[in-house]
Design a protein around this ligand. Structure first.
Ligand code: G6P
Ligand code: MG
Length: 214
């Protein structure tokens, strides 16, 4: 059984994936093209600037000026922050809080491993910051998923070896990152999309300790 569990934030603890999508869709619309849910899968777990690059390639738009790209990413983030600043505790995904408590009762350490620079804002809004033994977010890393940096840093801060960790992820890039870190990974979402995971769950409702027994 793993000694620690590392949770992605967006799409695992809270459904902020929908707000990221809304904000990117709004930017695409302003740039003159439609951005679909299918295209959006490629953005999940990916850093803000890398997401912008993917969005622009979907729209067939080429921008070379780095400051213009910064402005577009800032615009998206301003909208996104507007959406998440309205979030409440009820937006914690079903079963998550009970699952986290159950892990702690079983002596398992828990951490957040997210690419988002807005992690602290979200955790403060939903009021579950203190339960985590470590929080590694987009402000503490230089390499985005699928690079394993975020998860390796979390393991280090928890004082456990990578192979003693189990990651929970809703994104393909995140699953690749966890595998590259040498960790077990449980996908949260659609098994046909999250093929690389060791297991896939639809939700945390009713999940017990046996979930992380491999
Ligand atoms: C998470 C989300 C991505 C997002 C990234 C950066 O990984 O899944 O959709 O682009 O964080 O988030 P940020 O809040 O820093 O723009
Ligand atoms: Mg995610």
């Amino acid at each position: 059984r793993p000694k620690a569990c590392i949770f992605d934030l967006d799409g695992v603890i809270v459904d902020t994936a929908k707000y990221h999508y809304l904000a990117w869709k709004r930017l695409a619309k302003e740039l003159g093209f439609e951005f679909t849910e299918k295209d959006n899968e490629r953005l999940k777990g990916v850093s803000r600037m890398a997401s912008l690059e993917i969005l622009l390639s979907v729209g067939g738009i080429q921008i070379d000026d780095a400051s213009v790209k910064e402005q577009l990413a800032d615009k998206k983030n301003t909208w996104y922050v507007e959406y998440i600043s309205q979030m409440t505790k009820d937006e914690i995904l079903p079963g998550v809080e009970d699952f986290l408590k159950m892990l702690k009762e079983n002596g398992i350490k828990i951490a957040i491993g997210s690419a988002s620079k807005n992690t602290m804002t979200i955790l403060n809004r939903i009021g579950i910051k203190d339960i985590f033994d470590a929080i590694i977010d987009g402000t503490k890393i230089t390499k985005a998923k699928p690079d394993p940096e975020v998860f390796l840093k979390a393991a280090q801060e928890l004082n456990v070896r990578p192979e003693e960790c189990c990651v929970f992820e809703d994104a393909v890039a995140g699953i690749e990152a966890a595998k590259a870190a040498g960790m077990k990974v449980i996908g949260v979402g659609d098994p046909s999309i999250l093929k690389g995971a060791d297991k896939v769950i639809q939700s945390f409702v009713g999940q017990g300790i046996e979930l992380i027994e491999f």
